[in-house]
Structures are given as structure tokens and as C-alpha cells.
Design a protein around this ligand. Structure first.
Ligand code: SF4
Length: 353
């Protein structure tokens, strides 16, 4: 049993006869309010009990493998080493409104988006809720400031790992844990309609970000293979349903790629899909990724898209670029570390694929 990953009610589903209810409350506080899972540090619990807990319920630890600070801004890129030695990324971004943590939900990704470095080696495995919680607590502790916003937009498709994501968020938002506001959590999806339906049923006021990238079915299918399963219309309908029921405005993410999805026709189709729907468009300048050979549209083109969308009443922003000097794009740093390790180990990567 992994006690660290238990929601409050799950402690009572799996009662441990030698652990009194007040000890359970103490443990939950240490784990999820203090972010500490090393029993030896829990000084209000008797030594004999700490020893028994560590023998019977050891918590497998995540570690920080690398902590890289941007010279351009306050962005921090973190490489986490999971208990099985897999490596995943996280990013801390400082804004005026608070500190935001972008977390990975899978090691690698199965979705195959053409512009994304995270998918180059495919999906290795899901990240457990215990690992996600530890990454959050480690990042917060190391930065020395409370994380106020969480974005599930690192490597992986969160809705392809929804049960673990739900457990992670239930604990993080628990009043006796970090008490994070559901409204400060954003889940990004490549457009898994069944997953969006699950979020609707779950019923929390999260922000949903849909990676759209093109409103033209043929272009989107080329960029994102998942679009062949869930077409644009079905994704947009599910997103608008989510918006209507949750009361949270959906953000459609569009990375503009020169000569691929930044034409006049792309713009018109985007307007046709979103006009009058109350949605938000977040325009993104594509991070250059050596392996993928795609180039971002110019900032002039991004501005043109923004102005044209706003002119027809669609709320649009251009995502501020942060931490480019530390390879801020999803999956890039992990890939370069894996390559480096492969070279160093003469062909033996530390990732267990
Ligand atoms: S963009 Fe997201 S969903 Fe697409 S391959 Fe990358 S991590 Fe996966």
C-alpha cells in the first residue's frame, strides 16, 4: 500500500489497526500540508512508530536530477528522477499573479503531435499520483515559495492518465493539504473527447485548455494524429459543453507554424469555429525543436491573427515566451539529457523503455 497517495477517505477504506485516527491525521498533514514523506522527519510521531511505518509502508522517492535557472527571467526548469530512474520535466514560471508549476503527467507521450519533442520516443508509462505530488512538493520546497497555479501541460496527455490525475488533484486541493483552488488548475488536452466528458462528470471548476492548432481538419490531422479519432467538430462541441456546464471559459491553444497553419484560410476557419462561443484563443510561438524541422510563424503573423480574432469578438492572447534559454518547450530538455546519458553510458540510457 502506498499511504502517501491515499485521499483522506482512502485511509479509512484501508484501516491499519495499529494506526490511531489522530496518527492518520498527523500523517496526512506531514505528507500533504508540509510536503514531507520521509518518516524520520516527523518529530511528533514516536520513533518506534516511524520505524514501523518506514518498514511496512516505505514511500518511493522522486528526486530532483537537475534544477536550471533561466538567465532571461525567473523561469526554472526541473528534471525529476522517478523511482525507476525515468526522467520527466517540470517548469516553474513566476508571474505577477503568483507562481505557476507546469507538470508532466506521463513519461513520454503516445499522442504523436508533430511539433512536440515529448512524443519522439513514444509513451513510456503513466506518472502516478504519488510521483506528481512529490514533484509538486519538491518544486515548491526548492523554490521556497508557495505554488499558486498548476498547469497540466508538460509531457503526456493528462486525460490519458485521468485516474491518477484525479487522485493527484483531489489531494492537492484538499483543505488539509495544499488547499489549492480548483480555479487555479488548468488541464490541457490534445482533444480526447471521452476524457472531456469525464471532466464534465467530475464537476470541478478547472480551466480546460484544448490544443487545437488548426481549425482545418486535414491540417489538424496532419499535426495531431489523435484528430483522426476525434474530429474538430466533436472536440469543439465537447469543449463548449464543458464551458457551459463548468462556467469556465475554455482556452484553445494554437501554435502557429510557418506555412503550415498560419494562412488566411486557417484564420477564417478558426473564426468560423469559435466566433460567438465565448472561448479564448492562446496563440503560441512554436519553440524551435531541432529534431522536428518546423519553424514558428513570425511575431507579425501572430499579431495579425490576434488582431483579426479580436476584431470579430474572439478574446485572444499571445503567450509570453519564457525560459527559451533553458529549452522551455515540452520534452526538449528531457530528450537532450537522455541523449547525453546514452552517449555517456555508451548506448545504455537510464530511461527504462
Ligand atoms: S503536445 Fe502534449 S499531447 Fe501532443 S505529443 Fe506533446 S505531450 Fe503529447
Amino acid at each position: 500500500m502506498d499511504l502517501f497517495s491515499f485521499r483522506e477517505e482512502e485511509w479509512f477504506d484501508h484501516p491499519i489497526e495499529w494506526l490511531a485516527p489522530f496518527r492518520v491525521r498527523q500523517l496526512f498533514h506531514w505528507f500533504h500540508h508540509r510536503g514531507i514523506w520521509d518518516y524520520s522527519e516527523m518529530d511528533n510521531i514516536p520513533l518506534s512508530l516511524r520505524k514501523r511505518l518506514s518498514e511496512e509502508f516505505p514511500v518511493e522517492s522522486v528526486h530532483i536530477n537537475r534544477w536550471i535557472s533561466s538567465r532571461e527571467d525567473e523561469t526554472k526548469k526541473i528534471l525529476f528522477q522517478l523511482p525507476d530512474n525515468n526522467i520527466v520535466e517540470g517548469v516553474l514560471l513566476s508571474y505577477r499573479h503568483g507562481l505557476s508549476f507546469c507538470i508532466s503527467t506521463q513519461v513520454g507521450c503516445a499522442m504523436g503531435c508533430r511539433f512536440c519533442a515529448s512524443t519522439l520516443g513514444g509513451k513510456v508509462r503513466n506518472i502516478s499520483r504519488s510521483e506528481m505530488l512529490q514533484m509538486f512538493y519538491l518544486a515548491q520546497r526548492e523554490f521556497g515559495k508557495k505554488i499558486t497555479h498548476l498547469v497540466l501541460m508538460g509531457s503526456g496527455e493528462p486525460l490519458d492518465n485521468l485516474e491518477e490525475v484525479k487522485g493527484f488533484l483531489d489531494i492537492l486541493t484538499h483543505p488539509k493539504g495544499q488547499d489549492m483552488s480548483w480555479r487555479n488548475v488548468t488541464i490541457s488536452t490534445s482533444g480526447l473527447v471521452d476524457g472531456i466528458e469525464q471532466l464534465i462528470l467530475w464537476g470541478h471548476p478547472l480551466t480546460l485548455a484544448v490544443s487545437l492548432h488548426s481549425a482545418r481538419q486535414e491540417i489538424r490531422s496532419e499535426l495531431m494524429p489523435i484528430a483522426k479519432k476525434w474530429n474538430i467538430q466533436s472536440v469543439a462541441e465537447a469543449a463548449f459543453r464543458y464551458q457551459a456546464i463548468s462556467g469556465r471559459r475554455v482556452s484553445f491553444e494554437v501554435s502557429l507554424i510557418e506555412g503550415v497553419n498560419d494562412t488566411k484560410e486557417d484564420l477564417q476557419m478558426l473564426i468560423q469555429l469559435l466566433q460567438g462561443k465565448g472561448a479564448h484563443v492562446n496563440l503560441i510561438s512554436l519553440n524551435p525543436t531541432q529534431e522536428l524541422g518546423l519553424v514558428s510563424s513570425s511575431s507579425k503573423r501572430l499579431q495579425h491573427f490576434k488582431k483579426s480574432l479580436e476584431a470579430v469578438g474572439i478574446h485572444a492572447t499571445i503567450r509570453r515566451e519564457m525560459g527559451r534559454d533553458i529549452q522551455g518547450a515540452c520534452g526538449q530538455l528531457r530528450n537532450s539529457v537522455l541523449e547525453e546519458n546514452t552517449r555517456r553510458n555508451d548506448g545504455k540510457s537510464i530511461s527504462r523503455r
